[in-house]
Design a protein around this ligand. Structure first.
Ligand SMILES: NC(=O)c1ccc[n+]([C@@H]2O[C@H](COP(=O)([O-])OP(=O)(O)OC[C@H]3O[C@@H](n4cnc5c(N)ncnc54)[C@H](O)[C@@H]3O)[C@@H](O)[C@H]2O)c1
Length: 278
């Protein structure tokens, strides 16, 4: 692991990533992602001149991937001082982390870090005194609330992406301890539609192939739950010629799955004939 200072014009910026030499490779991935993220790209280009985020420090705790790198670079282009860490020790793309660090973004993450290192990285971001937090799972928001070291931080507000993270924030709110407003990205219709249905629908196929590398055609796939994610998963597996069975406790959704052409049955029955369970 390398903690290092990157020379950037006359400034020195601290980051900690696995291998700074991966920055070139990371740049290619970033450019590929940005060329496919036109709404974000257009927004950045439109606002770049006026630098609306000038003077603001943003703290991000996200999966550090080519897609999120577009958001982070965008925030920097709009004038923000940006610090980030990975929201999951397993998903960090080390080449992207190296690229972000090379662009003057304070970056603290590497793939495969342990729980202590993960925690340390979140603290490094908070040490930059961010005024707005963008979180994915609420580890950073919870630390900002309950770690005494960060009590004095003046945070205007935050966003939280996931179902689990929003539940944690709601629990803090219930205790009457919420220090700043948090926008629940997870409640946005477009989040459910893009991420849960289409995104997770596709990436579950990817996960299946990477983990098992087996033919999908004719496999009996059992999908538990026909909500946003279940609908996407079921549709994608059917598209690969798998035989999809749905289990669902909500009778209306069970009916919907039936009308969409899937076999619907209780898990006690599906368990006897299914080969793969999602
Ligand atoms: N890995 C990812 O990238 C990712 C992304 C989005 C959501 N998720 C997770 O996927 C899960 C589903 O999310 P969603 O947006 O589809 O939620 P949702 O609320 O839209 O759907 C969940 C469905 O499961 C059904 N259900 C609950 N208990 C059941 C049971 N015992 N048997 C059968 N069906 C049952 C519910 O009736 C509901 O229809 C959540 O845990 C969410 O956090 C993961």
């Amino acid at each position: 692991m390398i903690g290092f200072y990157i020379r950037l014009k006359s400034k020195f910026m601290l980051s900690k990533v696995k291998n700074p030499k991966l920055a070139k490779q990371g740049k290619l991935s970033y450019e590929w992602a940005r060329s496919h993220m036109q709404i974000l790209d257009n927004t950045i280009v439109r606002l770049k001149k006026s630098k609306p985020l000038k003077g603001i420090t943003l703290g991000f705790c996200l999966h550090i991937t080519k897609e999120t790198s577009v958001l982070l670079i965008g925030a920097k282009e709009l004038g923000a001082n940006v610090a980030c860490c990975g929201g999951n020790p397993l998903t960090t793309q080390d080449d992207i982390a190296a690229f972000l660090a090379s662009q003057g973004i304070h970056t603290y993450c590497w793939a495969g870090q342990n729980a202590k290192e993960y925690d340390w990285c979140i603290e490094q971001v908070l040490n930059h005194k961010p005024q707005i937090l963008t979180d994915d799972g609420s580890d950073m928001n919870v630390k900002a609330h309950f770690d005494k070291k960060y009590k004095a931080l003046k945070i205007f507000g935050a966003t939280e992406e996931t179902t689990a993270g929003v539940n944690r924030i709601r629990a803090v709110e219930k205790q009457g301890k919420l220090r700043y407003p948090v926008i629940s990205v997870n409640d946005a219709y477009t989040k459910h539609m893009f991420d849960n249905k289409y995104g997770t629908g596709q990436s579950t196929i990817d996960g299946y192939l990477r983990a098992m590398n087996l033919l999908l055609a004719s496999k009996r796939i059992v999908v538990a739950g026909y909500g946003w994610v279940g609908k996407g998963v079921a549709a994608n597996f059917r598209g690969m010629n798998a035989k999809v069975i749905v289990t669902e406790v909500d009778p209306i959704r069970a009916l919907e799955a039936h009308m969409d052409g899937f076999d619907v049955m209780p898990m006690s029955q599906a368990a006897k004939i299914g080969e793969i369970f999602i």
